[in-house]
Design a binder for this molecule. Structure first.
Ligand SMILES: [Zn+2]
Length: 474
């Protein structure tokens, strides 16, 4: 008895010591072993998760933030056949893997219609008797590898370089986005604008001034599965000759007019040339990017009526896309395109809205000074710069010739004038066409009235300048 009694405290101490070691060991080992025994399965995400799969790639994003990924498989069951889209095994832990899968290479093998996508991912955890955690998803999809169809109803035979054109077309019902793509530019089309034909789409597009004359233009339609149909657009580009001019910049102009545009005191330091370039290059670029962002948010309906009006009694002082060369002390220091018209009448002359629309922007726009931008719908905007006063508010509807403010010389302006710009879906375009009632009558109105392409073509033929006639006149 006494021996047993004496052993008890000893074994208690041993158990206590062992427990302490175990607890300490678990705590220490926990730091090391936790990721290895983590119980969070990998996550699987589909981008886009649209429920359709077509020619455009879909991304399967698999991630495991704990122990990392070990293996991923993706299979597609369609029409009784199983297709392996991906089967990957990783030698080292991978936290995230993006697997692009596409049916573009399997078009002949894959049947259109309902399908099931099965994705399984396993991590490197030692949980589940060292098998790790598995995540598996099954997703019902529709396989669609057929691009939408496009029917061109009315187009333009002639487009001015830097100017606009209008197309009427009918995309098939499965179309998600459609419009004209030229170079890096995309001009979206809108339904519901053609009289008696709600399914016809209208797109106003431009051949932008900064693209080469042979830039390829196409009418494109894309469905939800990313299948795209392209129709090459053929038009004769009329070569509008842009003027070149040289502007000599004086130190006084830089000190009095250009430097004050820079808000930051530090930015006003440096040589006159550096200060000039900060505004004419840096600030101009910022301003054009901001204008592009504003004029890319199109209202999906036409807000204007008929021809746009030129500021009454005004003279055009500088043309659209005039190539300007800036010199300082006889040295060429910069080049820029003038992206509008300069119109002058008298000091603080009332500035009229060129057409009806909604006020999209009011405020300081750097080189353009106090500026108003009007939204006329379908991506078409007009800009009024260098104003001395503004009399409208953002969101306000305006009528044609309603007073927006007064001319002035705010921003980069030498003398009181209005800088008038026309923008289409983010890019400056030739303003004169929209002032021209005959151009609207030939190129815009018949299409909106639902006339056939042939009838419009015959009319355009009558109005088009003939090469022989042009030669004789010279
Ligand atoms: Zn100007």
């Amino acid at each position: 008895m006494s021996a047993a009694e004496s052993r008890a405290p000893g074994s208690f101490r041993a158990i206590l010591a062992l427990t302490l070691v175990l607890v300490a060991g678990l705590a220490a080992g926990g730091w090391y072993l936790a990721p290895r025994f983590e119980r969070d399965p990998p996550r699987i995400e589909l981008r886009p998760d649209s429920g359709v799969l077509g020619r455009a790639p879909m991304e399967i994003v698999v991630a495991d933030r704990g122990s990392g990924l070990l293996a991923v498989t993706a299979t597609l069951s369609a029409g009784g056949t199983e297709h392996t889209l991906a089967s990957e095994h990783y030698a080292e832990a991978v936290a995230e893997k993006k697997i692009a899968v596409s049916l573009a290479a399997k078009l002949a093998a894959v049947k259109e219609g309902p399908a099931v996508l099965h994705v399984t991912a396993r991590d490197r955890s030692l949980w589940n008797l060292f098998r790790g955690n598995e995540m598996s998803i099954r997703k019902n999809l529709t396989i669609d590898v057929t691009p939408p169809t496009l029917e061109l109803i009315a187009d333009d035979r002639y487009v001015n370089f830097g100017g606009a054109g209008m197309l009427v077309y009918k995309p098939s019902a499965d179309t998600a986005t459609s419009g004209v793509r030229i170079g890096e530019y995309f001009f979206p089309g809108y339904p519901g604008q053609v009289k008696d034909h709600p399914d016809r789409h209208v797109v106003i597009f431009a051949h932008p001034y900064d693209l080469p004359a042979d830039a390829r233009a196409a009418l494109v339609a894309t469905d939800r599965a990313g299948n795209t149909r392209e129709m090459r657009l053929v038009y004769e580009l009329k070569n509008v000759r842009y003027r070149k001019s040289t502007i000599a910049i004086s130190d006084a102009f830089i000190q009095n007019k250009i430097a004050p545009l820079l808000r930051d005191e530090g930015a006003r330091q440096g040589t006159p040339k550096e200060i000039f370039l900060r505004v004419n290059k840096g600030m101009r670029k910022e301003n054009e990017e901001r204008i592009a962002a504003i004029t890319k948010k199109a209202s999906p309906a036409i807000l204007w009526r008929g021809a746009f009006s030129q500021l009454s009694n005004s003279q055009v002082e500088a043309n659209f896309a005039d190539a300007r060369t800036y010199t300082h002390d006889g040295e060429t220091i910069d080049h820029a395109y003038h992206l509008g018209y300069d119109l002058s009448v008298t000091r603080h002359y009332p500035v009229e809205a060129a057409n009806s629309g909604t006020v999209a922007f009011v405020g300081d726009m750097g080189i353009y000074g106090n500026t108003v931008i009007l939204d006329h719908g379908l991506g078409l905007y007009t800009l009024y710069g260098h104003l001395s006063a503004i009399e409208v508010k953002v969101g306000e509807p305006v009528r044609q010739r309603q007073i927006l403010g007064r001319t002035g010389e705010t921003g980069l302006a030498a003398g009181d004038h209005l800088h008038y710009g026309v923008y289409l879906n983010g890019v400056a375009i030739l303003p004169v066409e929209w002032w021209d009632q005959k151009w609207i009558d030939d190129n815009v109105q018949p299409k909106l009235d639902g006339q056939s392409g042939e009838a419009i073509a015959r009319s355009q033929e009558r109005h088009a300048p003939r090469a022989s006639a042009r030669k004789r006149r010279r």
